[in-house]
Design a protein around this ligand. Structure first.
Ligand SMILES: Cc1ncc(COP(=O)(O)OP(=O)(O)O)c(N)n1
Ligand SMILES: Cc1nc(C(=O)O)sc1CCOP(=O)(O)O
Ligand SMILES: [Mg+2]
Length: 220
């Protein structure tokens, strides 16, 4: 399996990318410090996802940043993506793992402690927990879990967690304090006038928060 790092996970949605292409946005975001990229297009269909996914695979080659395909296992397999992300209402994780093979990254959305408890770490590599806050990016999202809900669900998870839903740079301290390893965002990068600068600001906030914690632990 390609190594993965959940600190800053860009979920690419063409609806939010304004006039920029997915490739342009991904390149800029990776230059700004994004560590994972997901292709999420709810209307493209498998053919559209395959075309967009191939272009993204080329753009990310050599960067070390994995490309995850949302929902569509066939598209992920066709382009030999680094992994797949499924939700509770998508294909069951067991089946996704079986068809994906052991060498790929599999992410699963969880919205409750019960769902987090049910995650099998031999099947699922990471969980996406949300929505932390309400967001117009996903109109069909479940009720927001808030920071307390996030903290409880993270504590239940046997695999690394990334928080998602309405997250901006100002939320970095509270999200990391919840125990989540990182943040997954759409509009905080995709919808921004300068996606590289937006990604950089998020990544710096994450780095500062982590180093600040180390410093505080060492103080008398
Ligand atoms: C990292 C990450 N976490 C959660 C989701 C949401 O997945 P899902 O609940 O299946 O909803 P859709 O994105 O498919 O609308 C995600 N995509 N990525
Ligand atoms: C794709 C997605 N999944 C969610 C979940 O709660 O599972 S919230 C969401 C959209 C996140 O977009 P933004 O960063 O613009 O708020
Ligand atoms: Mg889904």
């Amino acid at each position: 399996m390609k190594a993965f790092e959940l600190s800053l996970y860009l979920v690419l949605d063409p609806n939010l990318c304004r006039s920029r292409s997915l490739v342009e946005t991904a390149r800029a975001a990776v230059a700004g410090g994004v560590t994972m990229v997901q292709l999420r297009d709810k209307i493209a269909g498998t053919t559209g996802l395959v075309a967009a996914g191939r272009a993204l695979m080329d753009a990310l080659a050599g960067t070390g940043v994995p490309l995850i395909v949302n929902d569509d296992l066939d598209a992920a397999l066709t382009i030999n993506a680094d992994g797949l992300h499924v939700g509770q209402d998508d294909m069951p994780a067991d089946e996704a793992r079986h068809r994906l093979g052991r060498g790929k990254i599999l992410g699963l959305s969880v919205e409750t402690e019960a769902a987090a408890q049910a995650v099998d770490p031999s099947v699922v590599d990471y969980v996406g927990i949300g929505p932390v806050f309400a967001t117009p990016t996903k109109p069909d999202h479940k009720p927001p879990i808030g920071l307390d809900g996030l903290t409880r669900i993270v504590a239940t998870s046997a695999v690394p967690a990334v928080a998602i839903g309405g997250l901006k740079a100002a939320h970095v301290p509270s999200i990391l304090a919840s125990g989540a390893y990182g943040l997954a965002v759409v509009s905080a990068i995709c919808g921004q006038p300068d996606p590289k600068a937006a990604a950089h600001a998020l990544r710096m906030a994450i780095g500062n928060e982590r180093s600040g914690k180390q410093f505080r632990r060492g103080r008398r």
